[in-house]
Design a protein around this ligand. Structure first.
Ligand code: CA
Ligand code: CA
Length: 169
């Protein structure tokens, strides 16, 4: 009986630490920058730049979050452009100078304390060198947020039960 109890406890623990939730923020292709690029690699998919930054719709998170979270996206020809979550700068999207390849699943990790339970927003900004007028032209799509929920109540109940049992023996 005790063995079974331990196995269940371990299963609950393993499930709770490895389980990450993903929210799909945006699926469509976007082109940020300042040049119409209708005959250059994958830019033909979306030649007109929509501006120098993009802001997601606001989104809520139903769980309490813990540890690190990630923004994940696919991109083409990113050179210095960056991502912000609720105004916190996550840094630059990895640099890729070719225009013919989708670089899938690029991850920017951040402290999940940047997230709110309601009204979260992701902003993607085209890089602009202060010394010239040229904004980075790049494509992105498939923006996702991945986070780890707090260990569930079941785990806490399990640990509590274990402590009680130990004291009885
Ligand atoms: Ca440009
Ligand atoms: Ca570029």
């Amino acid at each position: 009986m005790r063995k079974l109890y331990f196995i269940i406890l371990v299963l609950i623990f393993v499930t709770s630490i490895s389980w990450a939730n993903t929210i799909q923020i945006e699926s469509n292709i976007h082109h940020l920058g300042d040049e119409v690029l209708d005959d250059w690699g994958l830019f033909a998919l979306c030649p007109e730049p929509e501006g120098t930054f993009w802001i997601s719709n606001t989104f809520d998170i139903s769980d309490q979050v813990t540890g690190d979270a990630k923004v994940i996206l696919d991109c083409v020809n990113t050179e210095g452009s960056s991502i912000l979550v609720n105004g916190h700068d996550l840094g630059e999207i990895p640099l890729y100078s070719d225009a013919d390849v989708w670089h899938s699943d690029q991850e920017l990790e951040f402290d999940s304390s940047f997230l709110n339970q309601t009204n979260n927003v992701i902003r993607i900004e085209s890089y602009h060198d202060a010394g010239n007028d040229n904004f980075d032209d790049f494509l992105f799509r498939n923006v996702r947020l991945e986070y780890v929920p707090e260990p569930g109540t079941l785990l806490l109940l399990g640990l509590g039960g274990l402590l009680l049992r130990k004291h009885r023996v």
